[in-house]
Design a protein around this ligand. Sequence first.
Ligand code: PMP
Length: 421
Amino acid sequence: MLEFDRRHLWHPYASMTEPLPVYAVDSASGCRLRLADGRELVDGMSSWWCAIHGYNHPRLNAAVSEQLGRMAHVMFGGLTHAPAVELARRLLAIVPGPLEHVFLCDSGSVSVEVAIKMALQYWSAAGKSRKTRLLTIRGGYHGDTFGAMAVCDPVNGMHERFTGVLPAHFFAERPRSRFGEGLGSGDIDDFETLIGRHHEEIAAVILEPVVQGAGGMWFYSADYLAAVAQLCRRHDVLLIADEIATGFGRTGRLFACEHAQVEPDILCLGKALTGGYLSMAATLATARVARGICANGGLLMHGPTFMGNPLAAAVACASIDELLESPWRVRIGAIEAGLRAGLGRYATHPAVTEVRVLGAIGVVETRSAVPVARLQEIFVRAGAWIRPFGNLVYLMPPYVIAADELEVLIRAVGKGLDALS
Ligand code: PMP
């Protein structure tokens, strides 16, 4: 199997001719992945922010099975169904601000495309057809499709590979003020200058609130986010919050916008939306945005084949119910304390420049880029599933992780760091 995989299957951000090793998983349950060779690993990644309740969860399994007995999928054009309606009902009850309308699509990247499209259509319908560009902050990540790629960080994103193809947007300096600090002097200046100078061309600001994920695992000041929201209002620019990674509790609040009491005009959700079971994302909009787009017979021009997929919507409902009925704040608080104490031990390690923790996210930044394959082998030998990138070794376990499992992950990180120095 591994040999066939190596020859024929593309993995994320990978070479087909010189692929890094992959590990075959046979099954997963709770916070454990069972490899095909019988080894069991504690999961430190939640399958990239998704599996917040762990794997093979009885309630989520039941939701999928029940829905499967009714229908796996039907088109959403001209039809609707209870799972989609119930999911929208649940989302609207918990998201920050007066969001009223839900577009259910297939993946995070697509939800970002839909958000961008909403913003462009909004201004076009308002007769401001010059407002076609976006403003964002450096160090962001919003997905791999072309619209989303164009707002990823221009240096560590994929811009140089697609020069001349991606639309040109505006990039403000990444905030230096850290999470937990106030807004540092001068920190918002670059953003303020750009929005002040170009607001007549800018349709929307898009950013990841408080936590920049795949662009560098950087936690920035909530006051910076609040200042951005104010500047958007002042200059009549829409605010798109990409909570695909941060949504559903990961940062210690249900949504990261809540750290700054910010209410976006458009919100993207994904990843943990279905508890890691199926691919689904959502783009939510306020009544103002929806009415603007639909004025004079306007239509939102998007409609994926698998829009509102019933299986995904049903498991998303179960995942949200499970989360809200669980002591998630207490669990995330305990993970945060465990990560602070555990990873904090490595702050003075010679291979480490910084350790930072927020909610159920723990990050160890190393002096130089890590050898992924070699570190992963060490982690697997230590019984942990951890996937570093660049100079970041990070943990974001399922919320249900036990203290001794978290310790397995933390010890594994230590072994990996020792191999670097
Ligand atoms: N936005 C953010 C903040 C993300 O972290 C990701 C995924 N890493 C995406 C968008 C894209 O989501 P997907 O991979 O589901 O297309």
